[in-house]
Design a protein around this ligand. Structure first.
Ligand code: A2P
Length: 249
């Protein structure tokens, strides 16, 4: 069935996640605030931020400026590496809640595996599991995890992440990871789905874009949607935020 901007994927705990979200990596200050408010007023409901982006406060302000109620939006944030560990994850999660002006997060992720101190990552996962049990986040997951690292985590704590957020796009089709995550019932969320705008002049993309009367960016995003991936293109530009939402074809 053709998806629409309101379509959602169902996570392994029943939570519905919108297929389209706004990425905010490198979005700063008023630009970030405005982009979030603009996106939420133009059909987006998922906003993706992270402790490491340093913009949770601006995301919170942008949401408030949009006038949407908390139930109408889906907020993702991530525990940064320097905050990994049981106590530190829980403490800084509270700071994220304050910055975002909310009392719960829809999706909380471990931003990166700490491959040198994996015990810290395991502790962080334990903290996330408890935060979810306490009702402070609706779903929990990981980011930038490879297959061996997911297996390693599950060997320590057998709670399957609802999401693995990784870089995935037409020029980086991580088929094995996608197949593994599907098998485990983990939703892949594609960050940098536009490959940071590096290949938008690619010949093949241009040919397809012409055929379907869309831009090459829209073709890249539609490719993700049509592979059942959640996509979070980043933009702080009004026209491009709108363009990136017209991808359900
Ligand atoms: P800007 O914020 O000025 O729009 P990705 O999501 O793959 O990381 O890509 C983000 C980059 O792509 C940003 O530099 C963003 O710049 C740019 N970008 C976002 N949407 C589009 C678009 N529709 N066309 C061209 N560039 C875009």
């Amino acid at each position: 069935m053709q998806k629409t901007i309101n379509s959602t994927a169902t996570l392994n705990n029943g939570v519905e996640i919108p297929y389209l979200g706004l990425g905010t990596w490198q979005a700063r200050g008023k630009n970030c605030e405005h982009a979030v408010a603009f996106a939420l007023s133009h059909g987006y409901s998922l906003i993706d931020t992270a402790q490491a982006y340093g913009n949770e406060r601006q995301v919170g302000k942008g949401w408030k400026a949009s006038g949407l109620s908390r139930d109408d939006i889906f907020i993702t944030t991530k525990i940064r590496n320097s905050n990994q560990g049981y106590e530190s994850s829980k403490r800084t999660f509270q700071k994220s809640l304050d910055a975002l002006q909310t009392d719960y997060i829809d999706l909380l992720l471990i931003h990166w595996p700490d491959t040198r101190h994996f015990d810290q990552t395991v502790e962080t996962w334990q903290a996330l599991v408890e935060l979810q049990e306490e009702g402070l986040c609706r779903s929990i997951g990981v980011s930038n995890f490879t297959i061996p690292l997911i297996k390693k985590l599950l060997g320590e704590i057998n709670v399957v992440p609802a999401v693995n957020q990784v870089e995935l796009h037409t020029f980086l089709f991580q088929r094995d990871l996608l197949a593994y995550c599907r098998d485990q019932n983990m939703q892949i969320e594609a960050y940098s789905p536009l490959a940071r705008a590096r290949y938008l002049d690619n010949d093949t993309l241009q040919r397809i874009a012409k055929k379907v009367d869309k831009t090459t960016a829209q073709v890249m995003l539609a490719w993700c949607i049509n592979h059942d991936l959640v996509v979070i293109p980043k933009s702080t530009n009004e026209d491009r935020i709108k363009e990136n939402a017209d991808i359900f074809f």
